[in-house]
Design a protein around this ligand. Structure first.
Ligand SMILES: *[C@@H]1O[C@H](CO)[C@@H](O)[C@H](O)[C@H]1NC(C)=O
Ligand SMILES: *[C@@H]1O[C@H](CO)[C@@H](O)[C@H](O)[C@H]1NC(C)=O
Ligand SMILES: *[C@@H]1O[C@H](CO)[C@@H](O)[C@H](O)[C@H]1NC(C)=O
Length: 289
């Protein structure tokens, strides 16, 4: 009798500990900014029966920004899924947009071959692999655990397409002898491009060519910027310059190196001097006429 009573006592202390832990992590959830996640997590701690049941490890089941066309992975970490119960709990991925069931457990359910379920035995991770992600794949994906009622965690996939920009385009007028400074920016790239090539009239610019005075400075960060510097610009440096990032569309700019006949009108590279240039030509034509 005494043994039973103390057993119950120990059990209730254990339950209290679990409950307070639950409240603690529940409180921590509150700081995670996501009302959805918060809301769904709420269910888990509501029922005493599921105290020892599964829960999401939110920190390992985060939103994902994917690069267009580059294989990406949505992870759902479910702790304490357990095998104590006779009924095996399943973890599924559902695309929210059309309530399309993508995976159940380790099985890929959808006929869209780009999706694949990945799960290693003894792992808490239930991963959805998406090959060749498209912009339209952006949206909410639901990781579901087949409890009653089921538990959900929402993961947002954002598929982005990097874009390329060259400052000062589409035409740049540069004085003979001054430095051509082209600035190419790759925006919206979750990871920096592996490389950025520059072309001049369809030939890759070589930095050790006999031309000399050509250099490139690349700054990697939230956006990647590549500066192409061509010193002592000559008329032969005129033409189309193309910035070719490894992971984004190329972008071009047309550089006009003025042969020094109109130095006063064409100061400083980087400014479009087109109107003045043409009015000057017009004046010359009128004079000649
Ligand atoms: C995921 O993204 C959604 C939508 O942008 C946002 O509401 C939510 O807070 C994000 N969740 C996390 C854990 O950052
Ligand atoms: C749960 O599964 C593991 C591995 O399959 C096994 O070693 C363990 O004995 C199981 N536990 C229970 C309570 O069934
Ligand atoms: C080239 O132009 C960019 C943008 O205007 C500027 O930040 C950079 O300092 C310039 N580089 C040189 C060497 O002039």
């Amino acid at each position: 009798m005494c043994v039973i009573v103390s057993g119950v006592w120990v059990l209730s202390i254990f339950a209290l500990t679990v409950i307070s832990n639950g409240i603690l992590s529940y409180g921590a959830q509150h700081h995670s900014k996501s009302s959805d996640i918060f809301h769904h997590h709420h269910n888990v701690f509501e029922e005493p029966a599921s105290r020892s049941g599964p829960y999401f490890d939110i920190s390992a089941s985060r939103n994902v920004t994917a690069l267009l066309g580059k294989t990406t992975y949505l992870n759902c970490r479910v702790k304490n899924l357990g095998n104590k119960t006779q009924v095996a709990l399943q973890v599924s991925w559902v695309r929210h947009r059309d309530i399309h069931l993508l995976t159940i457990g380790r099985y890929t359910y959808t006929s869209d071959q780009r999706f694949r379920a990945i799960h290693n035995v003894h792992s808490d991770d239930w991963t959805l692999q998406i090959k060749f992600p498209q912009l339209r794949d952006s949206g909410i994906y639901e990781c579901q655990v087949s409890t009653t009622p089921h538990m959900s965690h929402f993961v947002y996939l954002n598929v982005v397409e990097p874009t390329t920009e060259i400052l000062g385009g589409p035409d740049l007028y540069i004085d003979h002898g001054s430095t051509i400074n082209l600035t190419c920016i790759v925006l919206n790239s979750p990871e920096p491009p592996a490389y950025i090539f520059w072309n001049h009239n369809d030939a890759i610019i070589s930095y050790d060519s006999s031309r000399g005075g050509v250099s490139v400075v690349t700054e990697k960060g939230d956006s990647t910027t590549s500066f192409l510097l061509v010193q002592h610009a000559k008329p032969s440096d005129s033409g189309q310059y193309t910035c070719n990032p490894s992971n984004a569309q190329p972008k071009s700019i047309t550089v006009h190196v003025l042969n020094g006949e109109y130095p006063a009108a064409m100061q400083h590279g980087g400014q479009a001097k087109q109107p003045r240039f043409y009015s000057l030509l017009l004046c010359l034509c009128l004079l000649l006429y």
